[in-house]
Design a protein around this ligand. Structure first.
Ligand SMILES: [Zn+2]
Length: 263
């Protein structure tokens, strides 16, 4: 996928298998297509590789080499290698937010995994996910390892340029320090939504939300603003947990307004 001069590749670190209760307010009787045979919703643990000018950027760092009751990561290094990228080639890693399935590979066994990368993340997430976290918390350990290695550069405010053509857009709600990444080159744009939108169905059914939303009301308002901005435009849309990590567009009008490309 190219956005003007910027190369954009979706990668998955693994799969999360979420119980139906995770989707608060969603009527699964009307949406059996979302369920796998085990009665759970299987979603990718998405990351995005971007090449802009001489800079190689990774958006989100997956679950890492871990197996939890609800999901399993570990695929990201091999996925990067398929595209000729070694961990040391990454210049900047952006964590859309500090949930555990987005920071997994940032540090492994207390050592920064992307040896040469600066790690950008929303400053507003630090209090909840590091300061207030227990001593054995995974995110806390990862972020403290990066702080010790002097790798962190927090993002504050809105519309922060992270690399040529890559802008961090403040989109609080899923977490208070959540950022989307806007990719723009020439006339073309893509919005990588992180977890600001959990599932494209939230466009047509705005009342359901993920159990992991820290501030569900704020998250709903942020989604509404994003949809309004995107609808009827040519901007490509992707998000960390959309099925197949397929890109789509937001259509104007009624009915199914989120169209996967080629789908
Ligand atoms: Zn997530």
């Amino acid at each position: 996928m190219r956005i003007g001069d910027i190369e954009l590749i979706a990668l998955s670190d693994g799969v999360a298998k979420l119980p139906q209760q995770f989707y608060i307010g969603l009527d699964f009787a009307s949406h059996p297509e979302l369920l796998s045979d085990d009665g759970r919703v299987h979603i990718p643990i998405g990351c995005y590789l971007l090449r802009t000018g001489d800079t190689t950027v990774l958006l989100d760092a997956g679950m890492g080499p871990r197996r939890l009751s609800w999901g399993e990561g570990g695929a990201l290094p091999a996925e990067l290698a398929k595209h000729g990228v070694a961990p040391g080639d990454i210049d900047v890693v952006v964590a859309s937010h500090l949930h555990t399935d987005h920071v997994g590979w940032l540090a492994v066994d207390g050592v920064p995994f992307f040896a040469n990368a600066t790690v950008r993340y929303g400053h507003a997430d630090w209090g909840e996910f590091v300061d207030s976290a227990g001593p054995d918390d995974h995110t806390r350990n990862v972020m403290e390892a990066l702080a010790d290695a002097d790798r962190l550069q927090p993002i504050e405010g809105d519309m922060v340029t992270l690399a040529p053509g890559l802008t961090a857009r403040a989109t609080p709600g899923h977490t208070l320090g959540h950022y989307c990444l806007v990719v723009s080159s020439g006339e073309e744009r893509a919005f990588l939504l992180g977890d600001a939108v959990e599932c494209p169905l939230q466009l047509e059914e705005p009342d359901f939300y993920a159990m992991s939303d820290v501030d569900p009301k704020l998250a709903a308002r942020t989604r509404e603003l994003l949809w309004r901005e995107l609808e009827g435009t040519d901007a490509l849309v992707g998000a960390a947990h959309f099925q197949g990590l397929e890109f789509g567009r937001v259509m104007r009008g009624t009915g199914t307004r989120y169209r996967f490309l080629g789908g």
